[in-house]
Design a protein around this ligand. Structure first.
Ligand code: FES
Length: 201
């Protein structure tokens, strides 16, 4: 509440956006707007602070703990700021079998942060998440809103190098022959999983 008094409400200067979101739902279902309202804050501020939780609760006539309950269920929302580049490594079984644990360890070494951390410069943060919905192209890494599929170690290196230049590559989507990986041939050759391969290289 103290924080609310020190920062202007997020939606104060966005009445049209707020109304557009609220109008998506009938009056009796207005509480469903909690997800898009959280998302607008998360996208703009890279986290949802206590002040924003209280603000959203007041807008929707909810208790702040109800808003926090939604937040805690989804890995999308963060109570603390994440990095400019937020890397989410799928750790569910299909990706784990394809080597996501070793891939995550590699990212820890390269980025100097452990899952749940943001580096001191606020550039990189790392998180282990549950299934990202692309199990047939494991292992999968999501960077902010972009998907990178079949992320081998060499591909991860190419991805990190691009992010360090603030030049994220186009998402690598590989479903149904829609293959588009990194440009370099070596990394492209890494894309196809090999029989018996249990770890991202
Ligand atoms: S298990 Fe990783 S995307 Fe589904």
């Amino acid at each position: 509440m103290i924080e609310l008094q020190s920062v202007p409400p997020f939606f104060e200067d966005k009445p049209e956006l707020l109304q557009e979101i609220l109008d998506r739902y009938p009056p009796y279902g207005r509480r469903s707007a909690v997800m898009p309202l959280l998302w607008e804050v998360q996208r703009a501020e890279r986290h949802v602070s206590e002040a924003r939780v209280v603000e959203i609760a007041e807008i929707l006539d909810l208790h702040p703990t109800e808003v926090k309950g939604v937040m805690s269920f989804y890995s999308t929302y963060h109570g603390e700021p994440v990095g400019r580049w937020h890397l989410q490594v799928c750790s569910t079984l299909p990706c784990a079998l394809a080597g996501s644990d070793a891939l995550c360890d590699h990212l820890v070494r390269e980025l100097g942060v452990v899952p749940g951390e943001t580096d001191p410069e606020g550039r990189f943060s790392l998180q282990k998440v549950e299934c990202l919905g692309s199990c047939t192209t494991a292992p999968v890494v999501q960077v902010n809103d972009a998907f990178y599929e079949r992320v081998t170690r060499s591909r991860a290196d190419a991805l990190i190098e691009a992010l360090r230049r603030d030049a994220p590559p186009e998402p690598w989507r590989e479903r149904g022959g829609d293959a588009a990986g990194p440009d370099d041939a070596a990394a492209e050759a890494d894309a196809a999983p090999r029989d018996g391969e249990g770890e991202a290289r």
